[in-house]
Structure formats: structure tokens, C-alpha cells
Design a protein around this ligand. Structure first.
Ligand code: ATP
Ligand code: MG
Length: 398
């Protein structure tokens, strides 16, 4: 029999619900990941207790009601939140995403039947063991993502599942079962009606997955629908893509698959309503990418001064991924970061207040500091206060 190691808090929750006459199991991702020896994320718990009953079982603990209309009670144990959700059937789906109603059920199997893929439709508890009505274990062994039930109906109910299939294929390195992938391709146009935030969450996980290279190319048609029309035709080789982080992969996808990567990235990321950093960082990296260089320490310091550390680092990583730069460029970059010379005005031996004190005003202060920074990088002046002041006044006299 399959034994799953559960954290003591999770065992405590299941035990206590059982002692109150309810059944409770861990379900979904943690069962799946435990069976394949993958690092476990959150433990979701599913139970036949109604939300109010769950709250009564844990009356002396803190619970939060935010998901209660879907049957979820969040129980907080020692600051860690656990989601406990009543077995449910999903009602009719009206807009390819939101169930019109939530109906609770006393049947674990019915709850598992509403879940998206066989590998996600398993439950476990210490007293009952593994509950696997849809052959999830078999699909885990075959490394297959397969819809629970008829894939057309399941994707029609909720188009986000199409993207989730690709996401799990990427993160687990699985293939998608043939009829599931056929249905996914046929119904992919329904993805346009899914909330952008949810789409982006799945896309980000997909692009971050170990097997993203394969999935991005193999399902470029589906991804284009979710990804503002961007069709992934080309990527750097598998190994290098695997070694790149999310932001570098994202920048490379735009750089290698659009005529005008800067504005395409800006528009697509805006339409996906990503967080601000993702959009501004990606756009800055793509803008800097054409000119920035790391040929020697002086050039690398100028690149750092001009674009900032984060964007310069992003440019370097993108260049390594696309083979425009090598590890020796990375070494020069690291050397510049550790150099005695500054790459920001805050590293100068002179402050804005010093310039104010000797009569500089307003915009001239920032401009002068900037000029001094580049002069120090170039070796035209020592990074020493009196030398910097002398440099400025000499310059003013000319
Ligand atoms: P992760 O490790 O990325 O969190 P997960 O399997 O836990 O993976 P979640 O998105 O957290 O994925 O969802 C938890 C579980 O809820 C899934 O395993 C699945 O059983 C079910 N589920 C989530 N979204 C859907 C959906 N759109 N349709 C059907 N079932 C879903
Ligand atoms: Mg999860």
C-alpha cells in the first residue's frame, strides 16, 4: 500500500475531522507530487464536512472565510494556512470558466470526478490509503496528462484547463494524451474568454517548467491564443533554455519570435496584466540588448551605469542564452560589479548636497553627477572629492 508522509499539522487536521465523524483526505497536487517523488507544495484537504461543520471542528483555531462560497475554509495553524474544501460537484459553466453554482456532495469520488486531470484526481488519507478512481497512478507511470472524463466536455466547461494541461506537461515533463491534446487544440480559441490574470499565472508556470522548450514548440498554436498571438517558432537549444531563468526565457521568446520584440513584449505583457516588474524589466532588457556590451571592465561599468544592475544582468543572461555573449563576458561583468570604480552616482565620493553647497542648482546637479560617474569610469578623474570638484570647475571654465 502506498504510504504518504504527511506533515504533522496535516495529520492532525485529518485525524481530528475523523474523530468528529467526518472523512478527510489530502488531494490533488500533493498526492501527485508525492507519488513521483517531487518536492511538495501546498497540501489541499478535501472533506465531506460542510464549511460550517469544519469551522465547528476547529472552533478554537483561527479560520478565514475568503473561499467559503466555494466551500473552502482556511484553517491557520501556527501561522500556516491550510485549505479545507467540502467535496463538491461543479455546476453549469456559463463563460468557459466560472461554475454557476457550487453543489456539495458526500461522495469523494464525485469530488475527484470534477478535477481536471487523472494525475490530479487522487486523494489520500492514512486510514483509507490512496483513492484513485481514474487510474492516475497508471498515467503517472506512463507520464501522461489525461483529462478526467471526456476532454471536449471538460475543456468546454473550463478553457483554462487547456492551458493547465500544457503547464503540467511542461512542469512534469509529461506527454499529453492524444484525445486530450486533440480536444485542447480544437477548443483553444475559448482561451480568449479566460481572465488574463489566470492565463498569465499558468503561462508563467508553463514557461518556467523543466520541459518548457518542448511544450512551447509543440503547442505553439494553443500558446499563441493565450499569449497575445505570439507564435513560438524558434528557441535556443534545449539545454541552454533549461538553464535559463524565467525572465531570460521570456525575453528570448520575444526576441526570437517577433519582428519588433520591444513593442510586442510591451503590448503582450500589458494585455496579460502581468505585475509591473515583469513588463518593465522585460522591455528594458530588450531595449538594452542591441547596444549593451561587456567587452572589458570599462565597457561593462558603462553598461551597468546606463541600464542599471538588474537590466544589465538580464541583458547578459539573454546574450548567453542566445550565444551572443559567453561566460567570459559574465566574468567581466562580475569584475565590474566588484570593481573599485562605481557604476552608480551613489558610489561617487561626492554627493548632490556637496554640489548644492558650491552653488549648483536643480537639474545641473543630477547632470553633473552623471558626468562625473562616466569620467571616473573612463579614468579621466579619480573618485576623490576634491579631484571631482576640480574636474567640474575646470570643465566649467573651458
Ligand atoms: P501546483 O503544485 O502547481 O499547485 P496543483 O495540482 O496543486 O499544482 P492547483 O492549481 O493548486 O494545482 O489546483 C489544485 C487541484 O485542484 C488540482 O490538482 C486539481 O485537482 C484541481 N483543479 C485546479 N484547477 C482546476 C480546474 N480548472 N478544473 C478542474 N480541477 C482543477
Ligand atoms: Mg496547488
Amino acid at each position: 500500500m502506498f504510504y504518504m508522509h504527511l506533515p504533522s499539522d496535516v495529520e492532525f487536521i485529518i485525524d481530528r475531522m475523523r474523530s468528529h465523524g467526518y472523512s478527510a483526505h489530502v488531494v490533488g497536487g500533493s498526492v501527485r507530487d508525492s507519488l513521483i517523488g517531487r518536492e511538495l507544495g501546498d497540501f489541499d484537504i478535501t472533506t465531506d464536512a460542510l464549511p460550517e461543520q469544519t469551522k465547528a471542528v476547529f472552533s478554537e483555531y483561527k479560520t478565514v472565510d475568503t473561499g467559503i462560497q466555494h466551500g473552502t475554509v482556511m484553517l491557520v495553524l501556527d501561522g500556516t494556512p491550510y485549505e479545507i474544501t467540502t467535496y463538491r460537484l461543479d455546476g453549469d459553466y456559463k463563460d468557459n470558466r466560472h461554475p454557476e453554482s457550487v453543489t456539495f456532495t458526500a461522495s469523494l469520488e464525485e469530488d475527484l470526478a470534477r478535477r481536471d486531470f487523472t494525475v490530479n484526481a487522487m486523494a489520500y488519507s492514512p486510514s483509507v490509503g490512496l483513492v484513485d478512481p481514474f487510474d492516475g497512478v497508471h498515467d503517472l507511470q506512463r507520464r501522461i496528462i489525461r483529462a478526467v472524463g471526456d476532454p471536449y466536455r471538460r475543456f468546454d466547461e473550463d478553457a483554462l484547463r487547456i492551458l493547465r494541461a500544457l503547464r503540467f506537461a511542461s512542469t512534469l515533463g509529461f506527454d499529453i494524451d492524444e484525445s486530450t491534446s486533440m480536444a485542447a487544440r480544437e477548443l483553444s480559441s475559448n482561451l480568449v474568454s479566460i481572465s488574463k490574470e489566470r492565463v498569465y499565472t499558468e503561462l508563467k508556470k508553463l514557461i518556467s517548467g523543466t520541459d518548457a522548450h518542448r511544450v512551447l514548440l509543440e503547442y505553439a498554436d494553443i500558446i499563441a491564443v493565450a499569449f497575445g498571438g505570439l507564435f513560438v517558432k524558434e528557441l535556443p537549444n534545449y539545454e541552454r533554455f533549461l538553464n535559463a531563468d524565467y525572465f531570460t526565457r521570456l525575453a528570448a521568446i520575444f526576441d526570437m519570435n517577433s519582428e519588433d520584440p520591444i513593442s510586442v513584449a510591451d503590448n503582450v505583457l500589458a494585455s496579460l496584466k502581468t505585475d509591473k516588474f515583469t513588463r518593465t524589466h522585460t522591455v528594458s532588457v530588450l531595449k538594452a540588448y542591441k547596444e549593451a556590451n561587456f567587452t572589458d571592465e570599462r565597457v561593462a561599468l558603462k553598461t551597468l551605469a546606463r541600464y542599471g544592475k538588474e537590466a544589465a544582468d538580464g541583458v547578459l543572461s539573454l546574450g548567453i542564452l542566445e550565444k551572443r555573449f559567453t561566460n567570459s563576458d559574465r566574468e567581466v561583468f562580475m569584475g565590474a560589479l566588484n570593481s573599485a570604480k562605481p557604476y552608480t552616482v551613489s558610489g561617487l565620493a561626492l554627493r548632490g548636497s556637496d554640489l548644492l553647497a558650491i552653488g549648483f542648482k536643480g537639474e545641473a546637479i543630477g547632470a553633473s553627477l552623471e558626468k562625473l560617474l562616466y569620467a571616473v569610469i573612463d579614468g579621466s578623474v579619480e573618485n576623490e572629492k576634491s579631484a571631482l570638484i576640480a574636474y567640474l570647475s575646470r570643465d566649467a571654465e573651458v
